[in-house]
Design a binder for this molecule. Structure first.
Ligand SMILES: Cc1cc2nc3c(=O)[nH]c(=O)nc-3n(C[C@H](O)[C@H](O)[C@H](O)COP(=O)(O)O)c2cc1C
Length: 174
């Protein structure tokens, strides 16, 4: 198989967990984005970049543009982790179109995670409290809205190792 590396940006640990699962499954190296300056990216045939969604931009996504500019034609794959359930296809499509560079053809995968308030930084906690307040005030009758507000109240983790299977199969098929 090709030599691959997983580069991830993780603020509360969800993407790091997925990065480690992917690296283990595919026998790739893995590094946090913060350490990328110490890595010889040209050594790798395939670069997988993953990070968490922050309404709806992915953290550190400009790494992809920089890599495309530095290594034209390099094989790249992007994965995002987020609290949005996988069946919310419109929201996930939005994450894809907001983050995958246009006409790049870079494959994109989405994995559900959750919220980790214990590991969240102060500003992020504040943003989440405000977001919950706004959603509550929207007073949508629709049950979906209410269940989302309830789900956002406490930390939870819906990540699962099985969900990386489509990405792993895709890479094995290259
Ligand atoms: C400030 C903030 C904004 C977020 N916005 C979104 C969002 O728009 N959509 C989503 O699905 N998840 C959102 N989340 C949840 C994160 O994407 C999720 O926890 C992600 O897995 C975090 O990854 P990390 O722990 O690797 O940083 C948000 C979390 C925070 C703290």
């Amino acid at each position: 198989m090709e030599k691959c590396v997983v580069i991830y940006k993780s603020r509360t640990g969800f993407t790091e967990k997925y990065a480690n699962w992917i690296a283990e499954e595919l026998d790739c190296d893995t590094y946090p984005l913060e350490n990328v300056i110490h890595i010889e990216l040209s050594e790798y045939d395939l670069i997988i970049f993953g990070s968490g969604v922050r309404g709806p931009k992915m953290s550190g996504i400009n790494f992809v543009d920089k890599t495309l500019a530095a290594f034209p034609g390099k094989k790249l794959i992007i994965f995002a982790t987020g609290a949005t359930p996988v069946h919310e296809s419109a929201a996930i499509d939005r994450v894809r179109t907001m983050n995958v560079p246009k006409n790049s053809g870079i494959p994109f995968f989405y994995f559900q995670s959750g919220f980790n308030y214990e590991k969240m930084r102060g500003l992020d906690k504040l943003i989440m409290t405000m977001a919950r307040g706004i959603m509550r005030r929207m007073k949508e009758k629709d049950g979906m809205q209410n269940s989302m507000v309830a789900a956002m109240k406490n930390s939870y983790d819906h990540s699962s190792r099985e969900s990386i299977e489509p990405l792993v199969s895709y890479i094995r098929s290259l």
